[in-house]
Design a binder for this molecule. Structure first.
Ligand code: NI
Length: 387
């Protein structure tokens, strides 16, 4: 096994932390118990500094190596769970009805704690390791909250890395790529206002449903007609409703909500501009009005090419298999905010044949833990070598 042997020894302890976190899931910024657990462990390991309350409930740990290097590397884990009712039947299943670690962030936190314990023990590096435990990855932009709270000014790093487990990829396999890895995720609402009336007298009304239907169809011309066919953009309208309660009423108002995902940051602006044009002008053509509300979400997750190469080198030293030119995926990830500020990389780590994440039967596979810990430790020892 190419993993660092120390982590094989530590596996029962790290698994114990993971199961404790799994039993006690917390959502978004309310990860207070989780953050306190993380901070307590870090102090126990003799980490040099532990700072709580960064970006509300984030935790930062600092480990200084040997020597006088001023270089620093950031390692990030997310701590929050999901509002899902667990259905795994595991002995350590969630004790909180309706909340579950269904994305494996308990595993990410436990792996970074394992790496922290090893690095605090061995200090076989020259420079500083900044351990970043963030809240609110699942839609709350916790990474952005930590950055806005001065994360990288207070704890400067030259590079930053993170891991996400990946169901469907074998244990011991790491997967990444240079450039865009995960899509941006923006949402929009369109409110169409016509003139309600009797269904049998449409000439006295402006049929809001018909107008909204034309807008919906026209929106689907944006990806097919405005986007370079070699680029990747998804536009989906997920809800469509009117304020009519019966088949014989022409409604006053129709609403739709949708999402735009892309791997090319410039298409976020284009999509917003075109959605506004299409909705407003299509409505005007029928004598109706459309209002577009744009909700910007997570940016594209872009791996620095050098950062991705370094992550691949470290992974090759500890993993069973490494894929360095994976296809990007369209779900989004708020580690993107950190990669906008500091070069580095995000990598996927195989989680075997578990159910997909965000599913009530998803299971983080503890066999993957030594690989994740070894990857973090190997990265530090390679990027901050002792003389
Ligand atoms: Ni996740």
């Amino acid at each position: 096994m190419p993993i660092k042997n120390r982590f094989a020894e530590m596996l029962p302890e790290i698994t114990g932390w993971r199961h404790h976190l799994h039993e006690n899931p917390e959502l978004l910024y309310e990860v207070r118990e989780t953050a306190a657990f993380v901070a307590d462990r870090l102090r126990e390991f003799g980490v040099d500094e532990v700072v709580e309350g960064v970006g509300q409930t984030g935790v930062v740990g600092i480990i200084r190596g040997r020597g006088a290097s001023v270089r620093a590397i950031g390692l990030r884990a997310d701590m929050d769970a999901l509002p899902i009712h667990e259905a795994t039947g595991l002995p350590y299943a969630s004790k909180v009805a309706g909340k579950m670690h269904a994305c494996g962030h308990d595993g990410h936190t436990a792996m970074l704690l394992g790496a922290a314990k090893y690095l605090a023990e061995t200090r076989n590096f020259d420079g500083t390791v900044v351990l970043i435990f963030q809240p609110a990855e699942e839609g709350g932009a916790g990474a952005k909250a930590m950055i806005d709270d001065g994360l990288f000014e207070r704890f400067p790093v030259n590079e930053v890395y993170g891991i996400h487990n990946a169901p469907g990829i074998p244990i011991g396999t790491f997967v990444t790529r240079p450039g865009p890895l995960q899509a941006s995720s923006d949402e929009f609402e369109i409110i169409v206002t016509g003139k309600g009336g009797h269904a049998a007298e449409p000439h006295r009304a402006i049929d809001t449903t018909l107008v909204a239907a034309h807008i919906l169809i026209a929106l689907h011309s944006i990806v097919s007609r405005n986007v370079d066919p070699l680029k990747r953009v998804v536009l989906t309208v997920g809800t469509f409703s009117t304020d009519s309660a019966a088949s014989n009423i022409i409604p006053d108002e129709a609403r739709m909500e949708g999402t735009v995902r892309t791997l090319d940051p410039e298409y976020r602006q284009l999509a917003e501009a075109r959605i506004r044009q299409v909705a407003e002008h299509t409505a005007a053509a029928f004598g109706a009005q459309a209002k577009v509300i744009w909700h910007p979400g997570y940016p594209v997750t872009v791996n620095d090419p050098d950062g991705a190469a370094r992550a691949v080198d470290a992974a090759r030293a500890v993993a069973l298999n490494v894929i360095d030119d994976a296809d990007p995926i369209m779900p989004s990830e708020d580690f993107s905010y950190m990669l906008e500020k500091v070069p580095g990389a995000y990598v996927f780590m195989g989680n075997g044949d578990s159910a997909m994440y965000h599913h009530p039967k998803y299971v983080f596979d503890d066999e993957a833990i030594p690989f994740g810990c070894s990857f973090f430790a190997e990265l530090v020892e390679r990027r901050l070598p002792t003389a």
